[in-house]
Design a binder for this molecule. Structure first.
Ligand code: KG4
Length: 336
């Protein structure tokens, strides 16, 4: 089954052709980062306009790269939520129009389910059940992946997402947008015990997290050192920050896996590219004797191959949205 998949939930327009959920025949991404860097963050209106400009050409390119025409397609999958509403609507409306014109089924895919599915592309042998740490710019959640389409959130952030925290702190440091990658690279040279930063525990909800306190403490530390004229050691700060994030995430996904007894952990989303988190998880899973699944770096951030992969499983489970996507709210946090 050949699926053309479209993703436009934030600042990347993406189109891919995926066969039977696991075989990526093409994967095209048009990044808007250069444009949003001017403003230090994503400007939703600009993002929507750039998606409008890119989406049609990218789909044509995805088909060409796959060596196909529209006649070879069996369905169209599209990210329907969550995301910047104007941005999501560009992809959804393009997909609706294409599905109607080509008389193909339209498959709505939840963005976070797509991130989880990125692991199937990297690890052909991976099958549910497993627990997944979903960490991106907009989401931080621990998900019980019972089957390809049955999932339950076991815990998550009460406020900021981990990626958002990386981005906001990096912006104040002036080291670029999005900030996770530059912070990660700086951290590799630093001393992670130099600066003391908080790890938050949510009383009575051991799998929940909070990153707003870490963000505020980091911003205060940066501003205080600026006011006192003291030079902040950037690599040491980035390493201390990365350690605080990792020590907030890793013990919780380990606890979730212990509770479920699956012996399998996966990681998903842009922050899954973080080397500190990858190393700490690798060590923790080795200690426990569990399997760890890390997505390839190209499938960590937003892409549409992951949407095509998850779209296949949604289709098999009978989730075909037809042309009426109104049933699917844009702020669906239940992974439904
Ligand atoms: O998955 P993604 O591309 O978009 C969302 O669905 O949100 O994730 C983007 C996030 C950004 O916050 C970015 O700073 C973060 O992923 N990120 C990283 C790294 N690479 C990207 N965070 C930490 N370390 C990295 N190496």
């Amino acid at each position: 089954m050949n699926i053309l998949a479209i993703e436009s939930s934030c600042d990347d327009t993406a189109a891919a052709v995926v066969r039977d959920g696991r075989e990526v025949l093409s994967n095209c991404v048009n990044s808007q980062i250069e444009m949003h860097t001017i403003y230090g963050g994503v400007v939703p209106e600009i993002a929507s306009r750039k998606h409008v400009e890119a989406v049609s050409g990218l789909c044509t390119q995805a088909l060409a790269d796959a060596g196909m025409t529209t006649a070879d397609l069996d369905a169209i999958a599209v990210t329907y939520a969550p995301g910047l509403i104007g941005a999501v609507l560009v992809g959804v409306n393009f997909a609706k129009g294409a599905a109607m014109a080509l008389d193909l089924p339209l498959i709505p895919v939840h963005h976070v389910r797509g991130h989880i599915a990125a692991n199937y592309l990297t690890h052909p042998g991976l099958e549910p059940p497993f627990v997944c740490l979903c960490v991106s710019g907009g989401t931080t959640a621990i998900v019980d992946v019972r089957s390809y389409t049955e999932m339950e959130i076991m815990g998550g952030t009460r406020d900021d997402a981990a990626g958002e925290c990386f981005d906001k702190v990096a912006r104040v440091l002036g080291i670029g947008y999005p900030g996770g990658g530059p912070m990660d690279r700086l951290a590799r040279e630093g001393d992670d015990s130099r600066y003391e930063l908080p790890r938050v525990h949510v009383k009575g909800a051991e799998l929940d997290m909070s990153f707003s306190g870490l963000k505020t403490a980091s911003l205060n530390l940066i501003h205080n050192s600026q006011q006192k004229g003291e030079e902040l050691n950037l690599p040491d700060f980035a390493a201390s920050f990365g350690r605080a994030v990792s020590e907030s995430l890793v013990p919780r996904i380990i606890e979730a896996a212990r509770q479920k007894g699956y012996g399998k952990i996966a990681v998903a989303g842009g922050v899954a590219a973080n080397s500190r988190i990858r190393n700490d998880l690798t060590a923790a899973c080795a200690r426990e004797g569990w399997q760890l699944y890390l997505p390839e770096l190209r499938y960590c951030g937003d892409n549409s191959a992951m949407i095509g992969c998850q779209g296949y499983y949604e289709y098999l489970a009978g989730r075909r949205g037809g042309l009426d996507l109104n049933a699917y709210a844009t702020r669906d946090i239940s992974l439904g």
